[in-house]
Design a protein around this ligand. Structure first.
Ligand code: SF4
Ligand code: SF4
Length: 203
C-alpha cells in the first residue's frame, strides 16, 4: 500500500464521511461527494453558512473515513484550510465539472455561497481486514506528524508467552522482550488485558 493507492481508493469509494467537532465538543459527521484530488491534495466543497464550514473555520481539524468492498478502512486525519479568495472560482469550476449534480443543488448565482477547502497535510491509516493476519499501515503526507497508536511490549516482559496465546492475529513474536508486529495488530488490547506483569503499554 502507498499514499497514491489510498487516494485512488478514496476516489473509487466516492462519497466519504467527514467528521469534525462542534462548539460543544460533540462529534459531527456528514457525507461529502464534492471532492477533487489534485496529487495528494484533497479539495472539497461546502456552503459557508453550513455548520460544517463554521466548524472548519473555528478548528480546521477533520477526519475522513472510507470503507471499500475489500474490507479496507482508509482514515485521513488532517487540517482543512479555506482556499484563497483568488483560487476559489478555479477549484469550484473543477468540482462542478466533476460533479454535475452540484448545478442542481446550487443553480446559477446561488453557487456564490459555496466555499472550497483543501487538506494538504494529513496522516493516513490504512487497515485491511481481508488478509490474514490483518494489515495496518500508516502514512504521513506533507508536514503531518504521525502519532503512534496501539500497544507496545516493554522490558518488563518475563517471556511467559501468554500474550501470544491470546492474540487473535498471531501478531506477537517471541524475544527479549516479546514484540508486537505493528502492521498486523488489531489494537484489540487482549494482550494488554492478559499480561500477568503489566508489561504491555498503550501507545
Ligand atoms: S504476556 Fe506479558 S510477560 Fe508474558 S510474554 Fe507477553 S508481554 Fe511478556
Ligand atoms: S492488541 Fe490484539 S491484535 Fe494487537 S498484539 Fe495485542 S492481542 Fe494481538
Amino acid at each position: 500500500m502507498d499514499v497514491k493507492t489510498c487516494i485512488e481508493k478514496l476516489g473509487y469509494v466516492g462519497v466519504l464521511n467527514f467528521a469534525t467537532v462542534d462548539e460543544d465538543g460533540a462529534p459531527q459527521i456528514r457525507n461529502i461527494s464534492a471532492i477533487h484530488y489534485e496529487g495528494t491534495d484533497i479539495y472539497f466543497l461546502t456552503a459557508r453558512g453550513k455548520p460544517f464550514a463554521r466548524q472548519l473555520y473555528a478548528d480546521g481539524r477533520v477526519q475522513i473515513a472510507a470503507y471499500t468492498r475489500y474490507k479496507e478502512t482508509i482514515r485521513v486525519s488532517g487540517r482543512a484550510v479555506e482556499v484563497p479568495e483568488d483560487e476559489q472560482i478555479k477549484w469550484r469550476d473543477i468540482l462542478y465539472r466533476e460533479q454535475p449534480y452540484l448545478e442542481n443543488v446550487y443553480p446559477g448565482e446561488t453557487k456564490n455561497i459555496d466555499t472550497i477547502f483543501v487538506i494538504k497535510d494529513y496522516t493516513i491509516e490504512y487497515f485491511c481486514l481481508s488478509t490474514r493476519p490483518i494489515t495496518r499501515e500508516y502514512f504521513a503526507v506533507g508536514n503531518a506528524v504521525m502519532k503512534p497508536k496501539g500497544y507496545r511490549i516493554t522490558d518488563a516482559c518475563i517471556g511467559c508467552g501468554k500474550c501470544v496465546r491470546v492474540c487473535p492475529q498471531e501478531a506477537i513474536d517471541k524475544g527479549k522482550p516479546y514484540a508486537i508486529r505493528q502492521n498486523n495488530c488489531l489494537h484489540c488490547g487482549n494482550c494488554f488485558e492478559n499480561c500477568p506483569v503489566q508489561a504491555i503499554e498503550q501507545l
